[in-house]
Design a protein around this ligand. Structure first.
Ligand SMILES: NC(=O)c1ccc[n+]([C@@H]2O[C@H](COP(=O)([O-])OP(=O)(O)OC[C@H]3O[C@@H](n4cnc5c(N)ncnc54)[C@H](O)[C@@H]3O)[C@@H](O)[C@H]2O)c1
Ligand SMILES: O=C(O)[C@H](O)COP(=O)(O)O
Length: 526
């Protein structure tokens, strides 16, 4: 088996590959895309960090490739759906660098508030600017942490040790969980209004890109300081620059950038901004942790097929996987649908297996439901191994039940998601041998294929309602690929599922919500 390491990997990990029997390892870092594409067909495994781009084009050339291993967390640089389509397992090491990254965020906050980089540069230029470089204490100041996951939780804990007053916003963690850890859970508006320092620790998702923008800065206290050691683009760089120039934001500490490397941008050159070149995970300890973890995972995978920390596959044997595979896909999509349908943090998930499942071991199926529920929230970090733990950390109770009874279909899976505000019930089954279908949502029966860009519309069942939706989308040149209508069991409402060739932009969704017969519009992505 041949392993290619295409980004810098800790020496201990490389040594493990060299010492593993039956494995040959090549280390070729800094390759251009074409050069990598020219050699990738020789390899069974590819080990990367954030520099190598694993695109669909590269995967097409990778005819022998079985596994991609990320020494670290973020998989923004890997086309996971393309890898899944080609049967390539994608693994990461979700915990090896979290302490290191949290420490970097704290270091950045302290360096910013005490002008340490500016003081160093000024001394090197021969100046002694004590007055100009006067800083601020963090003692007793309010730190707003956005995202209470692995890193956000460590940052909050360290900041408490520094005697800061920590407030937290994470809509996917129940307030009870945050309060149990001794912190105050707040909504985003309150966080912006109260924080003296704000640090972001959310994944880069469609709805987190640009979440800290002009409108957010307007809501913040004058003189706030902002730290981003998560992903470039979560804080809008041009809006941040304007807020600093306007004096609203007193300083920013950035480890990550919309484009990496960012070049000579005005934001980087501003004296109230301090930066590091994506060093969050760059300590000896973290790099050893992630290198050793990924080497172990890949060696075990190549030798025995053991799957650990894969983001696109559960940890089960090949034989079981063949039988339950379609149900895993269905369950993942049902979870993903629930995550997009519900309002408020999910407190409880009930997975009901109804009817005849031919004595299959269905335990990975509930894990797939949880993975689907968490994916829109934490993206690449959730996998079949950690989904239950992550759900537990978020205070989500999971219950499984089974019954021999099933109405309409030979078997079906029902997923109930109970939040602080509502309960949503979704049923699904397999058509033919492997085609997932959502067959009921709350009181509406339907046959929906959960795939691609979709929108769920609730409307009054009157002539003309479907026409006005089609006309609105047509005006924006958005093609409807498929439309399915579900009828309320009793009542005067329909639900309509549209599959569109492209995502429906927010302004078009807003316009659809104004249509006379439309009650709600929920965009969905699968
Ligand atoms: N700078 C670096 O070198 C470095 C190193 C490791 C990780 N990271 C990045 O740090 C970030 C956090 O990583 P993690 O391991 O703690 O992730 P995590 O998945 O453990 O936690 C992310 C948290 O963000 C929350 N969240 C999602 N959407 C939100 C929203 N709209 N508002 C508020 N909270 C929201 C989730 O509920 C979750 O609790 C990620 O972006 C990751 O890529 C950066
Ligand atoms: O996602 C991660 O693990 C961090 O952003 C670190 O990225 P790196 O391995 O390229 O330093």
């Amino acid at each position: 088996m041949k392993v290619l390491v295409s980004d810098n990997l800790g020496e201990d990990g490389i040594r493990m590959f060299q010492e593993a029997s039956g494995i040959e390892v090549d280390v070729k870092t800094g390759l251009e895309a074409d050069a990598l594409k020219a050699i990738i067909a020789d390899y069974d495994a590819l080990v990367i960090r954030s520099a190598t781009k694993v695109t669909e084009e590269l995967l097409q050339a990778a005819t022998r490739l079985k596994v991609v291993g990320r020494a670290g967390i973020g998989l923004d640089n890997v086309d996971i759906p393309a890898a899944t389509r080609r049967g390539v397992v994608v693994m990461n090491t979700p915990t090896g660098n979290v302490v290191t990254t949290a420490e970097h965020a704290i270091a950045m906050m302290l360096a910013l508030t005490r002008n340490i980089p500016t003081g160093t540069a000024s001394l090197r230029d021969g100046r002694w600017e004590k007055k100009k470089l006067q800083g601020r204490e963090i003692f007793n100041k309010v730190l707003g942490v956005i995202g209470y996951g692995k890193i956000g939780a460590i940052v909050a804990d360290r900041a408490r040790g520094l005697k800061m007053n920590v407030i937290i916003h994470d809509p996917f963690v129940t307030p009870e969980q945050i309060e149990k850890a001794g912190f105050e859970s707040v909504d985003l508006e309150a966080l912006y209004a109260r924080a003296d320092y704000i640090t972001v620790h959310v994944p880069k998702l469609k709805n987190t890109v640009g979440m800290v923008d002009r409108a957010a800065f307007d809501k913040m206290k004058d003189g706030v300081m902002v730290v981003n050691c998560a992903r470039g683009g979560i804080v809008n760089e041009s809006d941040l620059y304007d807020a600093i120039v306007a004096g609203k934001v007193a300083g920013a500490a950035l480890d990550v950038f919309e484009t990496e490397p960012p070049g000579q941008a005005p934001l980087i050159s501003h004296e109230r901004v301090i930066c590091t070149p994506h060093l969050g995970a760059s300590t000896r300890e973290a790099q050893t942790n992630v290198a050793v973890a990924i080497a172990r995972q890949i060696i075990d995978f190549l030798a025995a097929g053991t799957v650990v920390n894969a983001v696109n596959m559960p940890s089960v044997t090949g034989e079981v996987l063949e039988k339950i595979g379609p149900y895993l896909t269905l369950a993942d999509r049902m979870g993903c649908l629930q995550a997009q349908l519900v309002q408020g943090p999910i407190k409880e998930v009930v997975v009901e297996f109804c009817g005849d499942f031919r004595e299959l071991d269905l335990s990975p199926v509930s894990t797939a439901v949880l993975k689907g529920i968490l994916t829109p929230v934490v993206k690449d970090d959730v996998n079949f191994v950690n989904a239950h733990v992550m759900a537990q950390q978020r205070g989500i109770k999971v219950t499984e039940t089974s019954t021999a009874e099933s109405d309409y279909y030979v078997n079906q899976i029902i997923v109930r998601a109970i939040t602080t505000e509502m309960e949503s019930v979704v049923s699904g089954t397999i058509f033919g041998k492997k085609d997932p279908r959502i067959v009921k949502i709350d009181k509406f029966r339907l046959e929906m294929i959960p795939h691609g860009h979709m929108a769920l519309i609730q409307n009054i069942d009157k002539p003309g309602s479907i026409g006005e939706i089609g006309t609105t989308l047509g005006r924006y040149n958005i093609n409807i690929g498929r439309m399915q209508v579900g009828q309320e069991e009793e009542g005067d409402r329909n639900i309509i599922f549209l599959t569109t060739d492209t995502p429906i932009p927010e302004e078009v969704v807003a316009e659809m919500r104004q249509l006379s017969l439309v009650k709600t519009v929920t965009p969905l992505e699968f």
